[in-house]
Design a binder for this molecule. Structure first.
Ligand SMILES: [Zn+2]
Length: 161
């Protein structure tokens, strides 16, 4: 973990990511856990997309905020052969293992992951408070998901046939 500035994120960029995540609160649907997660991704083209968790009564069908932010970027044209996920911002908790793998498909080892450790009362409130630098953890995706399962693993397996 490092300071976000150490990973090339400016306060202005962080504010843009937080604003997109905050706007995605209107998409939140978390009646079962009451656990609100807000996320945003910045693509290598500089575009920013927000996402929020969407639950299902069958818990395993729940979509995570990070997934939906990435999917919003893909629907806008990012993805394989195009823009990649340069930065992921997420509130409330560290991205789960599934989301780390999901983002890795469309990001890189040096994709910056910003975890904003706001509490649930704040996440559910109408607006995020001003930036508190001490609540932001900055990681690289490679640091959060070392030795990730990747397409190169499949390529290697095919070569062995
Ligand atoms: Zn997740």
């Amino acid at each position: 973990m490092q300071g976000y500035a150490d990973l090339g994120i400016t306060a202005a960029r962080l504010a843009d990511l937080r604003a997109a995540a905050e706007a995605a609160r209107s998409l939140n649907y978390s009646p079962y856990s009451n656990f609100v997660v807000l996320a945003a991704v910045e693509t290598s083209d500089g575009d920013i997309f927000g996402g929020s968790n969407v639950e299902n009564v069958n818990y395993s069908l729940t979509k995570h905020a990070e997934e939906l932010a990435v999917l919003a970027a893909i629907l806008a044209g990012a993805g394989p052969g195009g823009a990649w996920v340069k930065t992921l911002y997420v509130t409330s908790a560290s991205p789960c293992g599934s989301c780390r793998q999901f983002v890795a498909e469309f990001g890189r080892a040096d994709t910056v992951v910003l975890i904003d450790r706001i509490d649930q009362e704040t996440a559910r409130s109408a607006s995020l408070p001003g930036l508190n630098d001490s609540s932001i953890e900055a990681w690289t995706l490679g640091g959060l998901l070392p030795a990730a399962f990747a397409s190169t693993d499949l390529d290697r397996a095919r070569d062995e046939l």
